[in-house]
Design a protein around this ligand. Structure first.
Ligand code: DP6
Length: 325
């Protein structure tokens, strides 16, 4: 019996992943760029146990719902197949996110699961291979493996679609101030959403422009140029939501409170605060700020009627092994 525990952080995409070239391998239609989120993490212990007759999953101390267990078992099947492993695993996973806040956990979950499973099996793999293996469980999980600010490359091969750090977590002191406007479970999750991306006439144009936006975003990060970052981050989020809204069936994630926050963010920026918005497949608004402006932004968001909760996260580290037995 061999066990290992890994911790991985959630990440927020500055340039979004939306749509796959290949759904089963999760080869993304376009490259993306993200920041890991310090303080929002999953810790997962994997124990390979010859006595087990199937994979088991405990989530925050409770037996996991069937759908979650099946998704984890499916990912472990992929790892068993690619790494020539045998036997089943006991998986115990804890999310430190506030329960029911509507923060996606698949990125941190599959990054931590992958790293823990590989290390518990006694293997040492290069980071690049860990990113491609994590990608098989959840696309955005590939970006939670490397440190800090991360690019995930688009390619039509498993090995080509890897992620790498472009700058460490301490390179730029940005803060993601997250305005939680709804804690309801999303009606249509990302996995299903990716399938419908090509039904929008706008997806081709969004995908075509993505490499240039990734380059612009990378330059903005490397130059610590907030104005350039704000321009490309908001534009890219709007493009993804335009695709979602024009997919068939249509996907509308914005709620009235999301729009109200976006509007205020634009006003606050015009006043001179360094803040911009981005939204994932849900109504919560991620307000990316310069650290000096984060307390003011958090205070203003907290005072809004439509905002239920405000979370803050700076740039986070990559996935790490924290225990082996
Ligand atoms: C809107 O990585 O959650 O957050 O691969 O099916 O698990 P699966 O999808 P997921 O998609 C993330 C979509 C997004 C944008 C992003 O994070 O880039």
């Amino acid at each position: 019996m061999r066990a290992a525990t890994a911790r991985a952080h959630s990440n927020i995409a500055f340039i979004k992943y939306w749509g796959n070239l290949d759904d089963s391998l999760r080869l993304p239609a376009n490259p993306s760029l993200s920041m890991n989120l310090d303080g929002l993490y999953t810790e997962t212990t994997v124990t390979w146990d010859e006595a087990l007759e199937s994979d088991t999953l405990l989530l925050n101390g409770q037996t996991a719902p069937d759908a979650a267990r099946q998704r984890v078992a499916h990912h472990l099947d992929a790892l068993r197949h690619r790494l020539d492993l045998s036997g089943y695993a006991r998986v115990e996973s804890i999310n430190n996110f506030p329960m029911g806040a509507g923060i996606a956990s698949s990125a941190s979950a599959f990054a931590a699961l992958t790293v823990a499973a590989v290390v518990a099996a006694g293997l040492e793999l290069p980071e690049r291979d860990l990113t491609t293996l994590a990608r098989l469980g959840s696309g955005s999980a590939s970006r939670s493996v490397p440190d800090g600010f991360v690019i995930w490359h688009a390619a039509n091969t498993h090995d080509g679609a890897f992620a790498q750090s472009i700058a460490p977590a301490d390179y730029w002191n940005l803060v993601d101030v997250i305005a939680i406007v709804s804690d309801q479970h999303k009606a249509v999750g990302s996995t299903q959403g990716h399938h419908s991306a090509t039904t929008s006439d706008l997806q081709v144009a969004r995908v075509e422009g993505a490499p240039a936006r990734v380059v612009a975003c990378q330059e903005a990060v490397l130059n610590r140029d907030f104005a350039a970052l704000a321009a490309v981050v908001e534009h890219d989020s709007n493009l993804m939501h335009a695709v979602m809204m024009t997919s068939r069936p249509q996907l509308f994630y914005w709620q009235p409170a999301s729009l109200a926050v976006m509007d205020l963010v634009r006003q606050w920026r015009a006043e001179g605060l360094r803040v911009c918005y981005t939204l994932d497949a849900g109504p919560n608004v991620h307000c990316i700020c310069a650290a000096e402006d984060a307390p003011v932004i958090a205070g203003r968001l907290d005072a809004l009627d439509g905002v239920r909760q405000v979370l803050q996260a700076g740039p986070g580290a990559g996935a790490r092994v924290i225990r082996r037995e």
